[in-house]
Design a protein around this ligand. Structure first.
Ligand code: ADP
Ligand code: MG
Length: 301
Protein backbone atom coordinates (compact mmCIF):
# COMPACT_ATOMS: atom_id res chain seq x y z
CA UNK A 1 0.00 0.00 0.00
CA UNK A 2 2.85 2.37 0.83
CA UNK A 3 4.35 1.51 -2.56
CA UNK A 4 1.09 2.55 -4.17
CA UNK A 5 1.36 5.98 -2.54
CA UNK A 6 4.89 6.33 -3.88
CA UNK A 7 3.68 5.41 -7.37
CA UNK A 8 1.08 8.17 -7.07
CA UNK A 9 3.93 10.59 -6.26
CA UNK A 10 2.51 11.36 -2.84
CA UNK A 11 4.93 13.57 -0.90
CA UNK A 12 7.64 11.45 0.72
CA UNK A 13 7.62 13.32 4.02
CA UNK A 14 3.91 12.65 4.33
CA UNK A 15 4.43 8.96 3.59
CA UNK A 16 7.07 8.85 6.35
CA UNK A 17 4.64 10.41 8.81
CA UNK A 18 1.98 7.91 7.86
CA UNK A 19 4.44 5.04 8.32
CA UNK A 20 5.34 6.33 11.77
CA UNK A 21 1.66 6.51 12.64
CA UNK A 22 1.11 2.96 11.41
CA UNK A 23 4.05 1.61 13.38
CA UNK A 24 2.81 3.22 16.58
CA UNK A 25 -0.93 2.71 16.20
CA UNK A 26 -1.73 0.29 13.38
CA UNK A 27 -4.12 -2.54 14.24
CA UNK A 28 -2.92 -4.96 11.59
CA UNK A 29 -4.59 -8.05 13.07
CA UNK A 30 -8.05 -6.54 13.49
CA UNK A 31 -10.50 -8.38 11.19
CA UNK A 32 -12.20 -5.05 10.45
CA UNK A 33 -9.04 -3.71 8.81
CA UNK A 34 -9.99 -4.60 5.27
CA UNK A 35 -7.91 -4.42 2.12
CA UNK A 36 -9.90 -2.42 -0.44
CA UNK A 37 -10.90 -3.99 -3.73
CA UNK A 38 -9.99 -0.86 -5.72
CA UNK A 39 -7.21 1.65 -5.24
CA UNK A 40 -7.99 5.35 -5.24
CA UNK A 41 -6.11 7.36 -7.86
CA UNK A 42 -5.49 11.06 -7.27
CA UNK A 43 -2.33 12.48 -5.69
CA UNK A 44 -3.75 15.77 -4.39
CA UNK A 45 -6.79 14.21 -2.77
CA UNK A 46 -4.63 11.53 -1.15
CA UNK A 47 -2.25 14.16 0.24
CA UNK A 48 -5.04 16.35 1.54
CA UNK A 49 -6.97 13.55 3.19
CA UNK A 50 -3.95 11.83 4.75
CA UNK A 51 -2.68 15.15 6.12
CA UNK A 52 -6.02 16.08 7.67
CA UNK A 53 -6.46 12.66 9.27
CA UNK A 54 -2.91 12.70 10.65
CA UNK A 55 -3.72 16.11 12.15
CA UNK A 56 -6.62 14.49 13.99
CA UNK A 57 -9.32 16.00 11.81
CA UNK A 58 -12.48 14.50 10.41
CA UNK A 59 -13.07 14.84 6.68
CA UNK A 60 -16.12 15.34 4.49
CA UNK A 61 -15.80 14.19 0.88
CA UNK A 62 -18.19 15.99 -1.43
CA UNK A 63 -18.65 15.47 -5.13
CA UNK A 64 -20.61 14.01 -7.98
CA UNK A 65 -21.48 10.33 -8.02
CA UNK A 66 -18.69 7.87 -8.79
CA UNK A 67 -15.85 10.25 -8.00
CA UNK A 68 -14.41 7.58 -5.73
CA UNK A 69 -15.60 8.86 -2.35
CA UNK A 70 -16.22 5.43 -0.88
CA UNK A 71 -13.18 3.95 -2.56
CA UNK A 72 -11.05 6.70 -1.00
CA UNK A 73 -12.60 6.14 2.44
CA UNK A 74 -11.81 2.41 2.23
CA UNK A 75 -8.26 3.12 1.13
CA UNK A 76 -7.73 5.58 3.99
CA UNK A 77 -9.02 3.15 6.61
CA UNK A 78 -6.62 0.55 5.28
CA UNK A 79 -3.68 2.94 4.95
CA UNK A 80 -4.12 4.01 8.58
CA UNK A 81 -4.63 0.36 9.59
CA UNK A 82 -7.91 1.18 11.34
CA UNK A 83 -10.95 -1.02 11.75
CA UNK A 84 -13.80 0.58 9.85
CA UNK A 85 -17.55 0.86 10.13
CA UNK A 86 -19.74 2.06 7.30
CA UNK A 87 -23.06 3.69 8.04
CA UNK A 88 -25.43 4.60 5.20
CA UNK A 89 -27.49 7.62 6.15
CA UNK A 90 -31.13 7.87 5.14
CA UNK A 91 -34.32 9.55 6.34
CA UNK A 92 -34.84 6.94 9.06
CA UNK A 93 -31.35 7.14 10.50
CA UNK A 94 -31.68 7.85 14.20
CA UNK A 95 -29.87 7.71 17.52
CA UNK A 96 -30.30 3.98 17.98
CA UNK A 97 -29.08 3.05 14.51
CA UNK A 98 -26.00 5.20 14.99
CA UNK A 99 -25.07 4.86 18.62
CA UNK A 100 -27.14 2.00 19.98
CA UNK A 101 -30.10 1.22 22.16
CA UNK A 102 -31.11 -0.55 25.33
CA UNK A 103 -32.29 -4.07 24.69
CA UNK A 104 -33.60 -6.89 26.86
CA UNK A 105 -31.42 -9.95 27.10
CA UNK A 106 -31.86 -12.72 29.70
CA UNK A 107 -34.23 -10.50 31.63
CA UNK A 108 -31.66 -7.74 31.83
CA UNK A 109 -31.32 -4.41 30.13
CA UNK A 110 -28.12 -4.28 28.14
CA UNK A 111 -26.86 -1.73 25.69
CA UNK A 112 -26.63 -2.86 22.08
CA UNK A 113 -23.70 -0.96 20.62
CA UNK A 114 -24.25 0.75 17.30
CA UNK A 115 -21.54 1.36 14.67
CA UNK A 116 -20.61 4.84 15.90
CA UNK A 117 -20.22 3.55 19.44
CA UNK A 118 -17.98 0.72 18.21
CA UNK A 119 -15.82 2.93 16.02
CA UNK A 120 -15.55 5.53 18.78
CA UNK A 121 -14.34 3.14 21.44
CA UNK A 122 -12.18 0.91 19.23
CA UNK A 123 -10.19 3.61 17.48
CA UNK A 124 -12.01 2.97 14.25
CA UNK A 125 -12.73 4.98 11.17
CA UNK A 126 -16.46 5.55 10.81
CA UNK A 127 -17.64 6.23 7.28
CA UNK A 128 -20.77 8.38 7.44
CA UNK A 129 -22.01 7.63 3.96
CA UNK A 130 -24.26 10.16 2.21
CA UNK A 131 -24.59 12.09 5.44
CA UNK A 132 -26.78 14.72 3.76
CA UNK A 133 -29.56 12.15 3.35
CA UNK A 134 -30.29 12.05 7.09
CA UNK A 135 -32.49 14.40 9.07
CA UNK A 136 -30.69 17.15 10.98
CA UNK A 137 -31.91 15.78 14.33
CA UNK A 138 -30.19 12.48 13.61
CA UNK A 139 -26.95 14.16 12.74
CA UNK A 140 -27.00 16.45 15.75
CA UNK A 141 -26.48 13.47 18.07
CA UNK A 142 -23.02 13.27 16.52
CA UNK A 143 -22.06 16.89 17.11
CA UNK A 144 -20.22 16.25 20.40
CA UNK A 145 -18.36 13.34 18.84
CA UNK A 146 -17.31 15.31 15.79
CA UNK A 147 -15.98 18.45 17.47
CA UNK A 148 -13.20 19.05 20.00
CA UNK A 149 -15.26 17.47 22.81
CA UNK A 150 -14.78 14.03 21.24
CA UNK A 151 -17.38 12.34 23.39
CA UNK A 152 -20.59 10.41 23.00
CA UNK A 153 -23.29 11.73 25.27
CA UNK A 154 -25.44 8.73 26.14
CA UNK A 155 -28.50 9.78 28.11
CA UNK A 156 -28.63 7.67 31.29
CA UNK A 157 -25.04 6.50 30.95
CA UNK A 158 -21.67 8.06 31.57
CA UNK A 159 -20.19 10.14 28.83
CA UNK A 160 -17.96 8.06 26.59
CA UNK A 161 -14.64 9.45 25.47
CA UNK A 162 -13.55 8.76 21.93
CA UNK A 163 -10.38 6.77 21.34
CA UNK A 164 -7.65 9.16 20.09
CA UNK A 165 -7.41 7.20 16.82
CA UNK A 166 -11.10 7.47 15.96
CA UNK A 167 -11.88 9.51 12.84
CA UNK A 168 -15.03 10.25 10.90
CA UNK A 169 -15.07 10.27 7.12
CA UNK A 170 -18.36 11.61 5.79
CA UNK A 171 -19.41 11.55 2.16
CA UNK A 172 -22.05 13.51 0.33
CA UNK A 173 -23.26 13.57 -3.24
CA UNK A 174 -24.60 16.62 -4.85
CA UNK A 175 -26.11 17.42 -8.16
CA UNK A 176 -29.12 15.18 -8.30
CA UNK A 177 -32.65 15.22 -7.02
CA UNK A 178 -33.05 14.10 -3.45
CA UNK A 179 -29.71 15.38 -2.24
CA UNK A 180 -29.69 18.09 0.36
CA UNK A 181 -27.05 20.46 1.54
CA UNK A 182 -25.46 19.93 4.93
CA UNK A 183 -25.96 22.67 7.45
CA UNK A 184 -23.19 24.94 8.70
CA UNK A 185 -23.03 23.35 12.13
CA UNK A 186 -22.15 20.05 10.52
CA UNK A 187 -19.83 21.43 7.85
CA UNK A 188 -17.82 23.35 10.46
CA UNK A 189 -16.87 20.07 12.13
CA UNK A 190 -15.06 18.74 9.07
CA UNK A 191 -12.20 19.50 6.76
CA UNK A 192 -13.86 19.39 3.37
CA UNK A 193 -12.47 17.86 0.21
CA UNK A 194 -14.12 18.48 -3.14
CA UNK A 195 -13.61 15.29 -5.10
CA UNK A 196 -12.49 16.06 -8.66
CA UNK A 197 -13.46 14.16 -11.76
CA UNK A 198 -10.92 11.50 -12.60
CA UNK A 199 -8.08 12.57 -14.92
CA UNK A 200 -7.26 10.76 -18.14
CA UNK A 201 -3.96 9.47 -16.69
CA UNK A 202 -5.62 8.17 -13.55
CA UNK A 203 -8.45 6.54 -15.49
CA UNK A 204 -5.79 4.77 -17.54
CA UNK A 205 -4.11 3.49 -14.37
CA UNK A 206 -7.46 2.44 -12.91
CA UNK A 207 -8.56 0.46 -15.97
CA UNK A 208 -5.12 -1.10 -16.54
CA UNK A 209 -5.09 -2.16 -12.91
CA UNK A 210 -8.66 -3.47 -12.81
CA UNK A 211 -8.77 -5.15 -16.23
CA UNK A 212 -5.30 -6.56 -16.76
CA UNK A 213 -6.35 -8.54 -19.85
CA UNK A 214 -8.14 -5.72 -21.66
CA UNK A 215 -6.23 -4.94 -24.88
CA UNK A 216 -4.55 -1.56 -24.79
CA UNK A 217 -6.25 -0.20 -27.96
CA UNK A 218 -9.67 -0.84 -26.42
CA UNK A 219 -8.67 0.53 -23.05
CA UNK A 220 -7.62 3.74 -24.82
CA UNK A 221 -10.88 3.85 -26.78
CA UNK A 222 -12.98 3.50 -23.60
CA UNK A 223 -10.92 6.20 -21.91
CA UNK A 224 -11.29 8.57 -24.87
CA UNK A 225 -15.02 8.00 -24.88
CA UNK A 226 -15.40 8.54 -21.16
CA UNK A 227 -13.22 11.64 -21.04
CA UNK A 228 -15.17 13.17 -23.97
CA UNK A 229 -18.43 12.60 -22.11
CA UNK A 230 -16.93 14.06 -18.94
CA UNK A 231 -15.77 17.08 -20.94
CA UNK A 232 -19.24 17.56 -22.46
CA UNK A 233 -20.82 17.45 -19.03
CA UNK A 234 -18.28 19.89 -17.58
CA UNK A 235 -19.32 22.25 -20.40
CA UNK A 236 -23.00 21.70 -19.63
CA UNK A 237 -23.70 20.13 -23.03
CA UNK A 238 -25.02 17.06 -21.22
CA UNK A 239 -25.92 16.29 -17.63
CA UNK A 240 -23.81 14.03 -15.43
CA UNK A 241 -26.20 11.09 -15.84
CA UNK A 242 -24.13 9.30 -18.46
CA UNK A 243 -20.77 10.26 -17.02
CA UNK A 244 -20.81 7.26 -14.78
CA UNK A 245 -17.51 5.59 -14.10
CA UNK A 246 -19.29 2.88 -12.17
CA UNK A 247 -21.30 2.28 -15.36
CA UNK A 248 -18.15 2.05 -17.49
CA UNK A 249 -16.62 -0.50 -15.12
CA UNK A 250 -19.85 -2.52 -15.10
CA UNK A 251 -19.93 -2.38 -18.91
CA UNK A 252 -16.40 -3.77 -19.20
CA UNK A 253 -17.29 -6.50 -16.69
CA UNK A 254 -20.26 -7.40 -18.91
CA UNK A 255 -17.96 -7.49 -21.95
CA UNK A 256 -15.88 -10.07 -20.06
CA UNK A 257 -18.94 -12.33 -20.18
CA UNK A 258 -18.96 -11.86 -23.94
CA UNK A 259 -21.43 -9.07 -24.74
CA UNK A 260 -20.56 -6.85 -27.71
CA UNK A 261 -18.72 -3.78 -26.28
CA UNK A 262 -20.97 -1.18 -27.92
CA UNK A 263 -24.11 -2.79 -26.49
CA UNK A 264 -22.52 -3.07 -23.06
CA UNK A 265 -21.59 0.63 -23.19
CA UNK A 266 -25.18 1.54 -24.02
CA UNK A 267 -26.37 -0.37 -20.95
CA UNK A 268 -23.73 1.04 -18.61
CA UNK A 269 -23.60 4.59 -19.91
CA UNK A 270 -25.93 5.90 -22.63
CA UNK A 271 -29.15 4.39 -21.29
CA UNK A 272 -28.70 6.36 -18.08
CA UNK A 273 -29.78 9.47 -19.97
CA UNK A 274 -33.54 9.30 -20.13
CA UNK A 275 -33.81 12.52 -22.05
CA UNK A 276 -33.97 11.59 -25.77
CA UNK A 277 -32.08 14.65 -26.94
CA UNK A 278 -29.27 14.11 -24.46
CA UNK A 279 -29.14 10.39 -25.13
CA UNK A 280 -28.53 11.13 -28.81
CA UNK A 281 -25.56 13.35 -28.02
CA UNK A 282 -24.19 10.65 -25.74
CA UNK A 283 -24.64 7.93 -28.37
CA UNK A 284 -23.03 10.10 -31.05
CA UNK A 285 -20.01 10.57 -28.80
CA UNK A 286 -19.81 6.85 -28.13
CA UNK A 287 -20.09 6.05 -31.85
CA UNK A 288 -17.06 8.18 -32.71
CA UNK A 289 -14.92 6.08 -30.34
CA UNK A 290 -16.42 2.59 -30.30
CA UNK A 291 -17.48 0.62 -33.42
CA UNK A 292 -20.99 -0.81 -33.11
CA UNK A 293 -19.72 -4.31 -33.95
CA UNK A 294 -16.37 -5.67 -32.83
CA UNK A 295 -15.61 -9.10 -34.25
CA UNK A 296 -12.41 -9.95 -32.35
CA UNK A 297 -12.04 -10.42 -28.60
CA UNK A 298 -11.11 -7.23 -26.78
CA UNK A 299 -9.29 -9.25 -24.11
CA UNK A 300 -5.99 -11.15 -24.30
CA UNK A 301 -6.41 -14.69 -23.08
N1 ADP B 1 -10.17 8.69 -8.53
C1 ADP B 1 -10.58 7.43 -8.56
N2 ADP B 1 -9.73 6.44 -8.26
C2 ADP B 1 -10.14 5.16 -8.28
N3 ADP B 1 -11.37 4.75 -8.58
C3 ADP B 1 -12.26 5.68 -8.88
C4 ADP B 1 -11.93 7.06 -8.87
N4 ADP B 1 -13.03 7.74 -9.20
C5 ADP B 1 -13.99 6.84 -9.42
N5 ADP B 1 -13.55 5.59 -9.24
C6 ADP B 1 -14.30 4.35 -9.47
O1 ADP B 1 -15.66 4.71 -9.57
C7 ADP B 1 -16.47 3.73 -8.96
C8 ADP B 1 -17.38 4.35 -7.93
O2 ADP B 1 -16.62 4.71 -6.79
P1 ADP B 1 -17.31 5.11 -5.42
O3 ADP B 1 -16.22 5.32 -4.42
O4 ADP B 1 -18.35 4.12 -5.07
O5 ADP B 1 -17.96 6.51 -5.83
P2 ADP B 1 -18.84 7.51 -4.98
O6 ADP B 1 -18.88 7.02 -3.55
O7 ADP B 1 -18.12 8.82 -5.14
O8 ADP B 1 -20.16 7.54 -5.66
C9 ADP B 1 -15.57 2.68 -8.39
O9 ADP B 1 -15.58 1.58 -9.25
C10 ADP B 1 -14.21 3.35 -8.36
O10 ADP B 1 -13.21 2.40 -8.58
MG1 MG C 1 -20.74 6.54 -2.53
Amino acid sequence: MIEYLQKQNVDNKLIEKLEKYRKENGLFDDPRVIKPEFKYYGKEVLEESISALLAGKNILLTGAKATGKNVLAENLSYLFARPSWNVSFHVNTDFSSLIGADTFKDNQVTFRKGPIYEASTRGGFAVLDEINMAKNEAISVLHASLDHRRIIDLPGYEKIKLDPNTRFIATMNYGYVGTREVNEALASRFMIIHMPNITKENLDKLLADTFTKLKEEYRKAFIDMFISLQFKSENNEISTKSVDLRGLISAIETMQIGLNPYDAILMGIANKSFDEFEREIVIDTIKTKIPSQIKESIFND
